[in-house]
Each structure stands twice: as C-alpha cells, then as structure tokens.
Design a protein around this ligand. Sequence first.
Ligand SMILES: Nc1ccn([C@@H]2O[C@H](COP(=O)(O)O)[C@@H](O)[C@H]2O)c(=O)n1
Length: 659
Amino acid sequence: AQPSAPDPVAAPLRELPWGQLNFLHTTDIHGWWGGHLQEASYSSDWGDYISFAKHLRDRADADGTDLILVDTGDRIEGNAIYDSSKPRGKFTYEIAKEQTIDLICSGNHELYKAESADGEFYHTVPDFKDNYLASNLDIINPETGGRQPLAQRYKKFTTKNQGIRILAFGFIFDFTGNDKNTFVQRVEDTVKEEWFREAIKDKEVDLILVYGHVDIRSQEYALLYSTIRDAHWDTPIQFFGGHSHIRDYHIFDSGSVALESGRYMETLGFMSISGITTSRHQNPNTNSKKRTLQFQRRYIDNNLFSMHHHSGKNATTFPTQHGLNVSLAIGSARKSLSLNHIYGCAPRDLFVSRRPYPHNESIFTWLETELLPQSIKSRDPSKKALVIMNTGGIRFDVFKGPFTKDTKFLVSPFTSGIAYLKDVPYTAAKRVIKLLNNAGPILSSTNDANATFLLPPEHVAAARYRPHLFDSSPTDPSEHPNQDGMLDFASVDLGTRQHQGNQQPLRDTHHHHASTEPPPLIPGYTTHDDAGSDGDDTIHAPIQFYNVPNCIQAAVGFSPASVSGSGSSSDSAGPDSWVDGAEMVDGDESEPEVVDIMYNEFIEKWVLLALAYLGESYSAEDSHLYEDGKSFTDIMTDWVEGHWGVDDVDDDGEAGCPS
Ligand SMILES: Nc1ccn([C@@H]2O[C@H](COP(=O)(O)O)[C@@H](O)[C@H]2O)c(=O)n1
C-alpha cells in the first residue's frame, strides 16, 4: 500500500470459494493504481494486487487448479496519476503491465481521444501481446494509416494445470463516442461475421469465456449469450463485464453466468467454476458438460486485511519483492506529480450518491449553489446565463480535509471546458434543464441520444437495467432524527474512510483472530445480485445511495432567490411538465428576454437536441468556448483555492487543514 494509505480495518469475512478454475477480475480501474488514500476499505495498491495474485497462483499450482486474471477496460481517466501526467498516461502503462493479466481488452475511455487509443496500440497491446483481445474494435494504424483490428479477435488456449480448453472473446459495448481513429462494430453485426460464426463452431472446447467492457445485463451480452448457447447447448459460458461501476452477478442459465467487479480498484472480483469436464477430467456420471457445474462469486474489498486473509499470509509474509517494487514506483510517480499538493481544505464531505440531492452534503448542491454561480462570469454585467452540467462529469466524492491535486482529478478528470450559446430566448432556455432531466420523446428515442448517458455510470446502469439500485424516495427525517429533526447522517456514514470512529486499525491479521470481540460492522457495499446477498467478502453495514438528476443548473446574473431550481424532479412527468423548467419566482425581477446557455462541452449534443425540441434551432457552429476552453477541472480548482485555500499548508497531505 502507499505510505499515506490508511491501515485496513478488521471485519468479518466470507471465504473465497476456491474451485477447479478460478478468476480474479478487475474493471474500470480509471487510474486508481495507488488505491484509495482516504478509505481504509480500498487502500491496497496495484503492487499489493501483484503480491496477492502471486500467492493465489502459487495455491493453484500447489493444488492443481487454475487461476486466470481478467481486466475489462477503462484503465485510464479518473485519477491524477493518469490525468495530470504529461503526456497523459506517462506512468499508467508502465504500472499496469507489471501485473500478469491473462485476458485484457479496451474500455470506452481508452477510445474517447485518439491519443489514448494510440496508447493502447503502442503500449497495452504489445505489453500484453496475445492476451489482448478486440473482438469488435478496429484502429487506424498510426504508422500506416490503414484500418486493422486493435488486437486479435479471439483466442483459444488450454489452462496450465487442469487442461481446460477455453475459447475467449474480448468485446466492448456498442460505444459511439469514440474518436475518429477507432471503429467499434456493433455486437449484433459482429456475431454475424464469418470469423465469429466459425469460431463458435469449434466443439473441442470445455469453456467459452466472453469478457468485455460491457454491462452484464446489456442487450449486447444477452445477444452474445443466446448466439453462443444456440451453437453450444451444454458448454459452460462464463462472462466478465464492466462499464457500470457496480458489483453484480447475473445468471443466464445453469451453465452460464456473468460477473461485474465494481470500479476504481475498490473491488477485486473473484469467480470460481467447478465441475468442468475436460479431456483430463471426464465426468463419470453424465455425458453433458454442464450438469454438475458449480459457479461461485466473491467481491473482495481491495485492502490488506482481506488480501492477507484470503492468501493465508500476514504482514510479513504477504508482500513479494515484485509487489513492493511496484508500490514504490507508484509512490515515486505520485511524488513526481506532486499529488499531495493542497489547494485548500474542504470544510465538509460532499458526495455524489451518498446524500440525496439537493442536500448540504451533495456535491451537486455545492456546484449549483456555490461553485458555479461564484466562478462563472456572464459575458457582460447586463447578461444573464444558465449553466448546465451533467452529473456524470463528476466522478468521485470530496472528503472533508485536504483538497489536493489528487482530489482535483478524482472529482473531475475530464478536459472538457464550458461551451455557450449566446442570447437564447429565455422561454426556451429555461426549459432545457427539465427536458434533459425528465427526458422526453426525442432524448430517449435512440441509444445515442438517450439522456441517461449524462449520469454517472452507476446511475446509467440503474436507469437502464436495474431500477431498484438507488433510493429515489424522499428522505424521511424521522428515520434518523438528530437534534434538529434533520437526518443524522453520522448513523449511515461511510465508515470506510480513514476517520472511522472507534474502529481499530489492523496491523496484523493474527491480532484479529486472537480477539474474542466481534468487530462492529463497517459500512460498505452490501450487494444483492442474482445469487443472493452473500457475494461480498466483507460483511458490511449497508450504505444508502440516492438517485441524482441527469443535469444540474446554476443561474448566473440572476438575483439568488429568483430561480426555482433545476427541474430535477424524479417523478415520471408527462409531456406538459417536461417543459416547465427553471421558473422565475413570483415577485422577483422580471424575466429576461434572452440568456446565454452555458454547458459542459460533453453534453452539447443533448443541449442542442433539447433546444430543437423546444423549437430553437442551433448547431455546434453556434457555440463558443468560455475563457478559451478553460476546463471545468481548472475552474473548480481555482474556486477551491479562492474559497477554501489556506496559507500554511504543506504538501505532505497531513498538515494545514483543521481536523
Ligand atoms: N468527457 C466526458 C466523458 C464522460 N463523461 C461521463 O462519464 C460517463 C461515462 O463513464 P464511464 O466510466 O462509464 O465510461 C458518461 O456517461 C458521462 O456521464 C463526461 O461527463 N465527460
């Protein structure tokens, strides 16, 4: 772990259900190679993962089973170690390649920009050679200018100890936001291709493995499942997915399941399959390949307490020299990028989903009521503006205390600036936010335009496939009353962070085993999936997560009381109420005739669609860039320096902020 990472906390654990064939799965790492430095539950780094995998591989070799490591993409964007280096990714590829990943693919973040797709071409693909699969992804070769598969389409291999013959494919979902140098072929077209049809005709396989940067409940995986199952009625099919940033497990049938392993190095997914018939291990009782199969999953919290326990090691025996070297390399990259540099001290926690919106501790309320109106200036003092941001542009929480260079990129890694359209009739402009939030016929008519893409990934997943994942009910103050009759969030607080009340940091696993007192449950993930509620390795007290709107809006140049909010009601409003929008409040200043509409560049397509629906025709050519394209990330950091900045901070991340 990194030197400043909090010590892990003892907690009751479920064992790893080790089997004949075992997997470790990472996804959506988004550059969190250093682990979480403010959350004890996820405080292990990539070096620790290297040591952990080594111990599990040794175990497999010792008992004649197999272990396969899978990563399903989005390794980049979302952490200062990637986003603040010049060139971006300077350290990422070197760190990633230290782990022996047996099956790896691209996510959509690798493809948003031509440079990062080229980064895959020049670094990740050669680093992982035959282990990188690109079943539906092509790239323009930067050397020749010709189009070619980014990597091989599929592969067949035999596991080392069990001799299991595996046919593997590596997909990405039907992503359309990629730069011009890559081509994502829709899955429905890929399954019709000759090479795919030929590949799945192969009967000399014991297991088919489909991994990809694809939501496991998506149409893409449903189609791959049915197509493969049609060709293989009894071959086990294992899926690994990603993209939606959640822990999830889906059962297709008794011989086919899918695992998704969260985000940001919070989770190491573990999967095992037993009962696979191989040429070496014939099942004597049946001629079917799948009847005695047993699939089991576990979501491991990425911390040393879990890793020591599951590998049967302790603080002394766990770290390998290789793992320690990688941890050191991450530390020196962080130092060279000055990631502990403090811009200011956050006076309170600000959450993406762990508080309702609006709320004093909602990061979106902070943006809407403080940061945006106090940062964004209208073109001239007589002009008013409405500033719209998509909630998906904000990637992580702010914790009370030092707001560092690390925090800056964890919260807002993207380079997007603020675009604006001048002098839009106010009657239409004020309705855009409500249209974006409650969608409507245009915004949900195609996948491409679907406004749920404005949300953070976990919420996109909930909106599209898992309606019950987040709480949309109004908060009931009587549930956890404090003295003011307000919700007492201390009682549902994270607990996974460094400051964890009376939790005892754990330095030695044996210390915990000797104790007779069961430790109090730490709040954390309590996953409910198709196999039940026993998937998490760590038994946690639940945390409440709340719905957020697609977009929030701040009013610039209006008197504070004159605009009535973001139009973010979560009810399914009918056509008449889609267009209510942010209304002037009676008795305040008169409505302007025109305003500028300002928005995060990323959402331009949706803003233009909404305006068109409201009868105002604008195109991308009509938009201008605020302050020469200054990124929202920099706008936010300037605000933090101006409002939360303190004089006497040092750069080690400790001193300077009141506790
Ligand atoms: N420049 C960008 C890029 C992405 N977003 C938001 O992120 C979501 C996708 O995230 P994944 O990690 O799941 O790929 C996307 O839906 C947007 O909400 C953004 O705001 N700006």
